[in-house]
Design a protein around this ligand. Structure first.
Ligand code: PLP
Length: 391
């Protein structure tokens, strides 16, 4: 008798753990997973320590601590002019990951369809499968990862319950333009479809790109659930403190799922949300400048190594076409990532994992590198990558 449920049997293990293990084995510089190798702002770390030492160590309210919810509402007003009632329209989740899963469970029924853009961040489709929901894929194509508006319009049908929009986008670094989001907004309102947005990279933007919050476009406040988290902005990916915000009707539904998955998120870590989100403007501008420098430096290194680079506008990542830089025996992105990790000593992620089986060929010539690393880590990677240029 199979012990594993059919629900999870098809998932396999995530490629991230495989690449991490390979990177450890070969002592590779790990530009695979999107986790910084530097620490959080000291004020944020100090706030967590203060909380632990202030007896904030028991269950928080399931919906989240009042101070954290109020800070999330103020952050939404400060950056996007989005008005939220902190009492009823903000829910704290165990990272954006749980926020997205609870959103899918709380807002869809088995048999519904949810539209996703492909390449697609790797947790959404397994979430849908566990919820009995069918993913409907719309392709992002070309150097700017744009979608075909007719293809998107055709994807909406009587079974469509929601659309997931991740901007800035993992793995491509695409930042959806206001025009693209307006088109999505029109379709959502025309068909009565909920938009679930994943905005964890909202503050990691390049070359002056602007992040547009779909919820703030005309008519979208009532149709949009916005998910984000502390992890990427404050370099605390291990904390798993996130949130889902939107109209009470949607947040209440998401909380129905959340209350029986996580119930409540780690109290002392939630207690840092106000300190983190309310850091002065300098923090946010320095963050952007720091990431811009890291991205620019990596673009140069990757180009020197012989890669064709697809320039990101946001996120922790750079996608490259590796075909000009690898030996001819390398046939696909998984082989390339394994070879680069074991032979050259730099780990990256093979992007075919972000595609459904029938579309995997679309990611076979690509590799994803993370830039959220110390300058010395990026320098060590650059030095190793130069071996490609010399080969
Ligand atoms: C698009 C996207 N959403 C969500 C997450 C996970 O966020 P969290 O750690 O807050 O659960 C990641 C992390 O890589 C991500 O890239």
């Amino acid at each position: 008798m199979a012990l594993m449920s059919r629900r999870v049997a098809g998932f396999g293990t995530t490629v991230f753990s495989e690449i991490n293990a390979l990177a450890r084995l070969h002592g590779a510089v790990n530009l695979g997973q999107g986790a910084p190798d530097f620490d959080a702002p000291p004020e944020v770390l100090a706030a967590a320590i203060r909380a632990v030492n202030s007896q904030l160590n028991q269950y928080a309210p399931g919906i989240g601590m009042a101070t954290a919810r109020a800070a999330i509402a103020r952050h939404a007003a400060r950056f996007y002019g989005q008005e939220l009632d902190a009492e009823t329209e903000v829910l704290i989740t165990a990272g954006a990951t749980e926020g997205m899963f609870s959103a899918i469970l709380g807002l869809t029924d088995p048999g519904d369809e949810v539209i996703v853009f492909e390449p697609v961040y790797d947790s959404y489709v397994p979430n849908m499968i566990m919820a009995g929901v069918t993913p409907r894929y719309v392709a992002l194509r070309g150097d700017d990862w744009s979608f075909d508006s007719d293809e998107l319009a055709r994807a909406f049908n009587a079974r469509t319950r929601a659309i997931i929009v991740n901007t800035p986008h993992n793995p491509t670094g695409k930042v959806y333009s206001r025009a693209e989001l307006s088109f999505i907004a029109e379709l959502c309102q025309k068909h009565g479809v909920i938009a679930i947005t994943d905005e964890v990279y909202e503050h990691i933007l390049y070359d002056g790109a602007a992040h547009t919050r779909l919820a703030t476009l005309p008519g979208m406040a009532r149709w949009t659930l916005t998910v984000s988290s502390l992890g990427k902005t404050f370099s605390v990916t291990g904390w798993k403190v996130g949130w889902a915000v939107g109209p009470e009707s949607l947040v209440t539904a998401v909380n129905r799922a959340h209350q029986f998955i996580t119930y409540a998120v780690a109290s002392p870590l939630q207690a840092t949300v106000a300190t983190a989100l309310e850091l002065p403007p300098d923090f946010y501008s320095n963050l952007q400048a720091m990431y811009q420098a890291k991205r620019d430096r990596m673009l140069t290194s990757l180009r020197h190594a012989g890669f064709e680079v697809l320039k990101p506008q946001g996120s922790y990542f750079i996608m490259v076409d590796w075909r000009g830089a690898a030996p001819s025996r390398i046939q696909n992105d998984v082989q390339f990532a394994e070879w680069l990790t074991s032979e050259i000593g730099v780990a990256c992620i093979p992007p075919s994992i972000f595609y459904q089986d029938s579309d995997k060929h679309l990611g076979r010539h690509l590799a994803r590198f993370a830039v959220c690393k110390k300058d010395e880590t990026l320098a060590a990677a650059a030095e190793r990558l130069l071996r490609l240029a010399k080969a």
